[in-house]
Each structure stands twice: as structure tokens, then as C-alpha cells.
Design a protein around this ligand. Structure first.
Ligand code: NAD
Length: 521
């Protein structure tokens, strides 16, 4: 009885702590703790990070960072939960699915609040944050269903060792570190968390320091639904030290990362320590190929979504428009008219575009605009910080179009990760394909044409993992997501997304169990 009372009072303390976290204290939220081994605990670092609302530069939360001691505790907690207590791993698929469905229901219940937090923290217009949370709900439900479908296989084998039966099963990989970027903080987290947990792994999760607030909400939900202690552990702090520790640690069996190609390369090197399994979702510089037979209005609308959605802070953004020469002028005129008219303002007020994620990132994007001009590209519109009215306090950049670009320019080769698009022209189908593939990246690409055969011919030639015909940007939790070339390794989402977090074991059975007689003596 005492034990039950104790547990109940612990639960009450945790609940009131969680409430305290979410209350505004002196105009902002304070998060003093992190989540390790099923408890909200004090971190060991005395450093704090500030969450800034990029719409107005105001500090909306102060979060205590973690240090390497905390990371070690988080790894030890996940390791203990996977290899010793084994509760999550040993649950039946049905029990795990039930908990994932509870998580989905809870995210759905709190969707409005999560979307608001995400919009304020990241700068994305509220409707885009709402769509992210909705996708996240469906991602949990998808993987809850998928783990109840058959896995493994049975093989017809021919053997020199007597009659054999051979089959395979899948098992969780073990301790998984998941590291995410700031552009879709909640959704990118769920793309990893849902399949990793569905497969039965134990997790250490590290979000980008730029945008941690929606992740804290996620962990409050994990706590509420009662995941076994140690199944999920949260680490907040700098990637260079804490993230790198996770990549190097021999106690981490797998690391999946979404972020820049440069950091992905350093993770690959660090992960060699124990030949860790890795999944990398990296940067892009994706081509949007437009043929002359299209309806220009439709192509302009999709091209806008391709580059200005989420302020252009999208890995698969259609940042290189490659257009048939005969319609270029007409297209650019309409594209620029529409871009100029895009409304810009506070993310919560649902303008066409919100601010970029931070002042630093805005300045990096504006540096690329200056670079483009100095490289000889023609600035058609935008290219400056937008400061009208209330926007003066935020980090807004006008939609920017560069014409007369060539493949050797840095603005064409490097990922800018903002609302900046370059335009190049072609005259033949082969020229379009060559321009599209003239990049180190291979994340995404699109083709616009009314000629179905041409669309299929060109899309087949584009060296990229995610492609679209006559549209740009839609992504679905049922279909595989990932890049070719320097855009990454592996696939998220769909059945591939679950396989990434599973080992496959081959099991061979000797059907006759007779004396083998292989050796002479
Ligand atoms: P980033 O690489 O700077 O950081 C991503 C994460 O890695 C953060 O959590 C960061 O703290 C951590 N990190 C930094 N250094 C590390 C290290 N040495 N070891 C381990 N972790 C480390 O990326 P970002 O600026 O947050 O995000 C933008 C990038 O993410 C863009 O390049 C974009 O294309 C890419 N991205 C790719 C996809 C995809 O699906 N391919 C999706 C979204 C974003």
C-alpha cells in the first residue's frame, strides 16, 4: 500500500511540475529539467539557452542545457532499458501499438497548443505548423498499424548439409540516438521517434538548440502515456559536443540524423568507432524543371510552394528552377508579380510567409543575396530584409528571384535554405536533364509538362530520391523519403522507415537432426 501511495504522490509531483513548466513565468516559460530514465531531472550544466520568437525577437523561454554527464546518463538509461529491464522491447507488438496510438491521440488533443508553440519558436505560419502536427499524428498511427503486419520471410533453400528450413525475423537495433534540425522540429522528430519506438528500440533524442519547445511538449506526452522508464531520453544542448558524443559512443547502436551535409559527414566519421548503423537525411539543392507546354499559372503556383513554403527552409525546396527558354520571360513576369505580392508577418497571424528561424540565419541568407549579385546573376525581386511596421523587430526576408544564373555560381551550387530561387534555361530535353543533375546533392526534383511520356523520361533520369510530376513538395508517411548522392543514406517513412530501425536475423533449422558424417574420423 505504501508503495502505491508513494507512486501516486510522485505522479502528482511530476504533474504539477509539468504544469509549472508550461505556465508563463514573468512573460516567458522556464524549463529547468530534462527527461532521463522516466523522470524529469535536473541537468548538470549551468548554461541556459534562450528560445527567441523570430517574428519579434522576444525571448519566449529559457531552457537549461545539458552537458556531457547528462548525455552519459541518458545513454546509460537507454542501454539499461534495452538490455536489462527490456520492458519496451519485450512487449508484444499489440501492446506497443496501443501505446503509440495513445501518443497519437494525445498529440491530436494538444495539437492547437503544440502548433502555436512550434509557430512561435520556428517562425513558420501557424497553418503550416498545424499541418505538421496533423502529419505527426498520422505518422504515429501509421507505424502503430505497420508493426502488426507480418515481417520476415521464409526461404526455399538447397543445402549440402541435409534438409534445412530457413527463415528470417526482424528485431530492434538497440540503443538509438536521434538528432534533428530546426526547420520542422516536431515533424522531423516524429519521423524518427515513431518508427524507432514501434520497432522496440530505446532512444536518446537531441533536437536542434534553435527549436526545442515542441520537443519538450512531446516528452510531456511520452511521460503521460507511461512509456517504460528509459525508453525515451531527452538531451538539450550543442550538437558539436553532445551530438558528437552520441555519434562516437560505443554504447549507441544506431544514430539517425537529419541536418546539414557537413555535420552528416562528421557523424559518419565518428560513427566508425563501433561501426554504428547510421541513417542520414541531409541537405539539398533540388531542380524544378519546367517545359514550355505547361499552364504557366499552375506552374508558377507550384514553383512558389516549392521555394517559399516554410520560408524556403526546406531540405527538398525547389531552389533551382530550370525552364525552357521560350517561356522564361512570361514565367518570370508572373512568378515575380506573385512573389512580390506575398504577405509577410507574425507567424501566428498566418501571413503567406513568416520570419526566418533566427537573426543569424537571416544574415546568412542575405549574404548569399549579395554573393549572387557579385557573381553576375540578375536580381529580379526581393533580396532584402523586410522591416515594415511590426516586422522591424523580426527576421523577415522578401521572396527573392535570381535570373540569368549559371551552374558554376555558388548561389546555384550551395544550399541557401531561405526564400531564394535561381533560374536557368534549357532548349533541349537532354540539356534540362544535364542541368538538373549538375549538383552534388540528390534529395528531390520535379518536372512540369503536359506530355506524360516526357515527364516519365525526365523524372527517371533525375538522380534524386524524392520526385514530383506537375506538383512540388507533398510528402506522405506511407512513402519512402531520402536522398541520393550527398543528400544522405537510407530512407525514412513507409515500410523502409521501420526497416531502418530493425536488424534482420536469419534462422536456419536442421529438419532431419541426423549424424552429419562430414568428416572421415
Ligand atoms: P545542422 O546540421 O546544423 O544541425 C542538425 C542537428 O545536428 C542539430 O540538432 C545540431 O545540434 C546537431 N549537430 C550539430 N553538430 C553536430 C555534430 N558534430 N555531431 C552531431 N550532431 C551535431 O542542421 P540545421 O541547420 O539544424 O538544419 C538545416 C539542414 O538540415 C539543412 O541542410 C537541411 O537541408 C537539412 N534537412 C534535411 C532534411 C531531409 O529530410 N533530408 C530535412 C530537414 C532538414
Amino acid at each position: 500500500l505504501h508503495q502505491i501511495i508513494d507512486e501516486k504522490s510522485t505522479l502528482r509531483t511530476l504533474k504539477s511540475y509539468t504544469k509549472l513548466c508550461m505556465n508563463r513565468i514573468g512573460g516567458y516559460m522556464e524549463y529547468k529539467k530534462t527527461y532521463i530514465n522516466g523522470c524529469w531531472v535536473d541537468g548538470n550544466s549551468d548554461k541556459e539557452l534562450k528560445a527567441v520568437n523570430p517574428s519579434n525577437g522576444e525571448v519566449i523561454a529559457v531552457i537549461k542545457e545539458n552537458n556531457l554527464d547528462d548525455v552519459k546518463s541518458a545513454v546509460a538509461s537507454a542501454k539499461n532499458a534495452f538490455y536489462v529491464t527490456r520492458q519496451w522491447r519485450d512487449m508484444s507488438a499489440q501492446e506497443r501499438a496501443d501505446i503509440l496510438l495513445k501518443i497519437a491521440d494525445e498529440v491530436e488533443k494538444q495539437a492547437e497548443e503544440i502548433a502555436k508553440i512550434e509557430s512561435m519558436d520556428n517562425g513558420k505560419p501557424l497553418r503550416e505548423a498545424e499541418a505538421d502536427v496533423d502529419d505527426a499524428v498520422h505518422c504515429f498511427r501509421y507505424y502503430a498499424g505497420l508493426i502488426r503486419t507480418p515481417t520476415g520471410g521464409v526461404y526455399e533453400v538447397n543445402s549440402n548439409f541435409g534438409r534445412m528450413h530457413s527463415y528470417s525475423v526482424t528485431e530492434p537495433v538497440g540503443v538509438c540516438a536521434l538528432i534533428t534540425p530546426w526547420n520542422f522540429p516536431f515533424l522531423m522528430g516524429v519521423w524518427k521517434l515513431a518508427p524507432a519506438l514501434a520497432a522496440g528500440n530505446c532512444v536518446i533524442f537531441k533536437p536542434s538548440s534553435e527549436t526545442v519547445l515542441s520537443t519538450i511538449k512531446m516528452f510531456e506526452i511520452f511521460d503521460k502515456v507511461g512509456l517504460p522508464a528509459g525508453t525515451v531520453n531527452l538531451i538539450i544542448g550543442p550538437g558539436g559536443s553532445l551530438g558528437n558524443y552520441l555519434a562516437e559512443s560505443k554504447d549507441v547502436d544506431m544514430l539517425t540524423f537529419t541536418g546539414s551535409t557537413a555535420v552528416g559527414q562528421s557523424i559518419m566519421r565518428a560513427a566508425a568507432s563501433n561501426v554504428k548503423r547510421i541513417g542520414l537525411e541531409l541537405g539539398g539543392k533540388s531542380p524544378n524543371v519546367i517545359f514550355a507546354d505547361v499552364d504557366i499559372e499552375k506552374a508558377v503556383e507550384w514553383a512558389m510552394l516549392g521555394i517559399f513554403f516554410n520560408q524556403g527552409e526546406v531540405c527538398c525546396a525547389g531552389s533551382r528552377i530550370i525552364i525552357e527558354k521560350s517561356i522564361k520571360d512570361k514565367f518570370i513576369k508572373r512568378f515575380a508579380e506573385r512573389a512580390e505580392k506575398m504577405t509577410i508577418g507574425n507567424s501566428l497571424e498566418n501571413y503567406d510567409m513568416g520570419p526566418l528561424v533566427s537573426e543569424k540565419h537571416m544574415n546568412d541568407v542575405l549574404k548569399y543575396v549579395e554573393l549572387g549579385k557579385s557573381e553576375g546573376a540578375t536580381l529580379v525581386c526581393g533580396g532584402y530584409r523586410y522591416t515594415d511596421g511590426e516586422c522591424a523587430k523580426g527576421f523577415f526576408v522578401k521572396p527573392t528571384i535570381f535570373d540569368n544564373c549559371t551552374s558554376d555560381m555558388r548561389i546555384v551550387r550551395e544550399e541557401i535554405f531561405g526564400p531564394v530561387v535561381t533560374i536557368q534555361t534549357f532548349e533541349t530535353e537532354q540539356e534540362a536533364i544535364d542541368l538538373a543533375n549538375d549538383t552534388d546533392y540528390g534529395l528531390a526534383g520535379a518536372v512540369f509538362t503536359n506530355d506524360g511520356a516526357k515527364a516519365l523520361r525526365v523524372i527517371k533520369e533525375i538522380r534524386a530520391g524524392i520526385t514530383w510530376i506537375n506538383c512540388y513538395n507533398p510528402a506522405f508517411c506511407e512513402a519512402p523519403w531520402g536522398g541520393y548522392k550527398m543528400s544522405g543514406i537510407g530512407r525514412e517513412l513507409g515500410t523502409h522507415g521501420l526497416e531502418e530501425y530493425c536488424e534482420t536475423k536469419q534462422i536456419n533449422i536442421n529438419l532431419d537432426n541426423e549424424q552429419l558424417g562430414w568428416y572421415n574420423n
